[in-house]
Design a protein around this ligand. Structure first.
Ligand code: PBG
Length: 313
C-alpha cells in the first residue's frame, strides 16, 4: 500500500477532490447596514449592505467562485414576512445587481420566512403552532419574486411539507419552468445553527423548530424527506448540517441519483475558526473537513470557508 503513497504519486489516486466550482458562497445582504459588519459569532464573516454586494461577488469570481446563496436582512418585519416577496425587497434588488454585472454568476436564494417575520419562525404562526398549508402559498410568492428578479435556483429552507410542489407550480404557472429548485430536504433541528441566527437575525421568539425540522436521532426519515422532495420535483436535494451528518450524505448519495448539496453550517464554521484562532488546530483543518464532505458524497457544498479555501485549491 505504501507504494501508492509515494510523494510524487499520491495525488494520482485521490478519490475525492475539492473543486472551486463545487463551492457555494453564502451572502448576507443587510438592508439596514451602511457598511460591512462583522458577525460576532462568525469571525471573519460579514453582513454586507446592498451597495457592496457587487464588490463581494467580484472578489469571489476572481477566485473562481461562481455560485452564491443569498440571505436577506430586511428593514421591515411583520407577522407573515411579507417583505420576503416584495419585488423591491433586499434580496430581489441584490439578485438584479449581481445579474446585471455578472451574468455568468449562479444566483441561488434562500426561500424562507424566518428572517422576515417578527416571531422568527419559518411559517405562519397561530397561537404556538406553525401552520403548514397556509405557509405554502407565501413560499410560492417568495420563490416567484426571486425568479422574476433573475434567480437561477430557489432554495426553500423552511421544512414545510409540500413546499417543493407548491413552489414548482407557482413558478410554472408564471412561465418560470427553467428556474431550478434546490430543496433543503433533510434539514435537522440542530444546535449548529445558532451563529446563523445572529448573522441573519432569524432567531425565534418562542419555542423551537422541532415541529418542522428533522429530529437528529433519525436517518430513515431523512430518506423519506429526500424521496418526497424528488417526487415533488426538486432538482437538487440537500442535507444539512454536514459534518455530524456525513452518514446521511453517504446514504442519500448511494440511494438516489440526483445532485446533492451539503450545507457546512454556521456552527461548524465558528467551531473550526475558534479552534484555529486559539492555535489549537492548524488552518489545514478546513481543507480536510471540506474534502471529507465531498468524499462522503456531496456534489456541492455551501460553506462560509469558500473564499479562504478557494485561495488554497
Ligand atoms: C432559514 C435558515 C437557517 C439556516 C439556513 N437557512 C436557520 C434555521 O433554520 O434556523 C442555517 C444556516 C447555518 O447555520 O449556517 N430557515
Amino acid at each position: 500500500m505504501r507504494r501508492l503513497r509515494r510523494e510524487n504519486l499520491r495525488e494520482l489516486f485521490w478519490e475525492a477532490r475539492l473543486r472551486v466550482e463545487d463551492l457555494i458562497v453564502p451572502i448576507f445582504v443587510d438592508e439596514t447596514a451602511k457598511e460591512k459588519k462583522e458577525i460576532s459569532s462568525m469571525p471573519d464573516y460579514y453582513r454586507i449592505p446592498l451597495d457592496l454586494v457587487t464588490k463581494e461577488v467580484e472578489e469571489c469570481m476572481d477566485l473562481g467562485l461562481r455560485s452564491f446563496i443569498l440571505f436577506g436582512i430586511p428593514k421591515k418585519k411583520d407577522e407573515i414576512g411579507s417583505e420576503a416577496y416584495n419585488d423591491h425587497g433586499v434580496v430581489q434588488r441584490a439578485i438584479r445587481m449581481i445579474k446585471e454585472n455578472f451574468p455568468k454568476a449562479v444566483v441561488i436564494t434562500d426561500v424562507c420566512l424566518c428572517e422576515y417575520t417578527t416571531h422568527g419562525h419559518c411559517g405562519i404562526v397561530k397561537g404556538n403552532e406553525i401552520l403548514n398549508d397556509e405557509t405554502l402559498e407565501i413560499l410560492g410568492k417568495i420563490a416567484l419574486s426571486h425568479a422574476k428578479a433573475g434567480a437561477d435556483i430557489v432554495a426553500p429552507s423552511g421544512m414545510m411539507d409540500g413546499m417543493v410542489s407548491a413552489i414548482r407550480s407557482a413558478l410554472d404557472r408564471e412561465g418560470f419552468q427553467n428556474t431550478l429548485i434546490m430543496s433543503y430536504s433533510a434539514k435537522f433541528a440542530s444546535n449548529f445553527y445558532s451563529p446563523f441566527r445572529e448573522a441573519a437575525e432569524s432567531g425565534y421568539k418562542f419555542g423551537d423548530r422541532k415541529s418542522y425540522q428533522m429530529d437528529f436521532h433519525n436517518s430513515n426519515e431523512a430518506m423519506r424527506e429526500i424521496e418526497l422532495d424528488i417526487l415533488e420535483g426538486a432538482d437538487i436535494v440537500m442535507v444539512k448540517p454536514a459534518l455530524a451528518y456525513l452518514d446521511i450524505i453517504r446514504r442519500v448519495k448511494d440511494s438516489f441519483n440526483i445532485p446533492l448539496t451539503a450545507y457546512n453550517v454556521s456552527g461548524e464554521y465558528s467551531m473550526t475558526k475558534a479552534a484555529i484562532k486559539m492555535g489549537w488546530l492548524s488552518k489545514d483543518i478546513i481543507y480536510e473537513i471540506l474534502t471529507a464532505i465531498k468524499r462522503a458524497g456531496a456534489d456541492l457544498i455551501i460553506t462560509y470557508h469558500a473564499k479562504e479555501i478557494a485561495q488554497i485549491i
